[in-house]
Design a protein around this ligand. Structure first.
Ligand SMILES: [Zn+2]
Ligand SMILES: [Zn+2]
Ligand SMILES: [Zn+2]
Length: 238
């Protein structure tokens, strides 16, 4: 956290360097990013991403969309618009927050964006099939996504039974766990552990971690078997 002197923010452990939450999903032919965080540009540079076929969005909070402008570098090298998959609410926010990209008269160099609607059904980007899962972030519906047997859910504090059915059978899950203390719109670490147990997913990583959770080296060894804290730059083979 900016300006914070706590032991996590001051830590030199790479696993305590937490940029905003996002994942890159890659198949042999297709590359997708989930959310364009305020750190999107640096995340793309850090991971040396040369190809990006689409962005899929979970929800319109600023920490998940603010970096969108920087997809223009991919427009420049790929010579085509960037496909943005989002639900109606998130599409409206994107149009409102990046109005210049949707203006009738556009100035040069701005991102070239093509909005695509996510409905309830399985959809396809290249050779990657994606099943949307709707979870609750207090009162905001947020989309999680299942890619084969890998499920990614961020910014949730409640999952309805009908959506849990869509997650069951996954081999791997990334789920949000903000901190130890109760929060209005995010799972605590214990709540996330309980959710993973109930879902019966054997391998879990926790993401969207606040500095309030503590240092990786202190917290990770306390987790049950099969569960870990995720860290920036982590690669998971699915
Ligand atoms: Zn801190
Ligand atoms: Zn959020
Ligand atoms: Zn968030």
């Amino acid at each position: 956290m900016v300006a914070c002197p706590c032991e996590v923010c001051a830590s030199s452990d790479k696993k305590d360097k937490r940029l905003r939450s996002s994942i890159l999903v890659q198949s042999p032919t297709t590359t997708i990013v989930v959310d364009t965080t305020p750190d999107f540009r640096y995340q793309m540079l850090r991971a040396n991403v040369r190809q990006l076929d689409a962005v899929i969005f979970t929800h319109p909070h600023k920490d998940h969309i603010a970096g969108l402008d920087d997809v223009r570098a991919f427009n420049f090298f790929q010579h085509r618009p960037m496909d943005l998959y989002a639900n109606e609410m998130t599409q409206e926010s994107i149009v409102r927050e990046f109005p210049y990209a949707f203006a009738d008269i556009k100035y040069p160099g701005i991102p070239d964006l093509r909005l695509k609607r996510i409905e309830k059904d399985l959809f396809q980007v290249g050779d990657i099939s994606i099943l949307p899962i709707q979870v609750w972030h207090l009162k905001m519906p947020v989309l999680g996504f299942r890619f084969g047997n890998f499920t990614y859910i961020t910014d949730a504090n409640r999952i309805e039974d009908s959506e849990k059915e869509k997650i069951r059978g996954s081999e791997q899950i990334v789920l949000n766990a903000l901190r130890h203390e109760k929060h209005l719109s995010h799972f605590t670490l214990q709540e996330a552990i309980d959710e993973v147990r109930e879902l019966g997913v054997p391998h879990a990583w926790f993401t969207h971690i606040s500095h309030q959770l503590g240092k990786y080296s202190d917290v990770n060894p306390t987790l049950p078997a099969g569960m870990e804290l995720a860290y920036d730059g982590q690669v998971i083979e699915a």
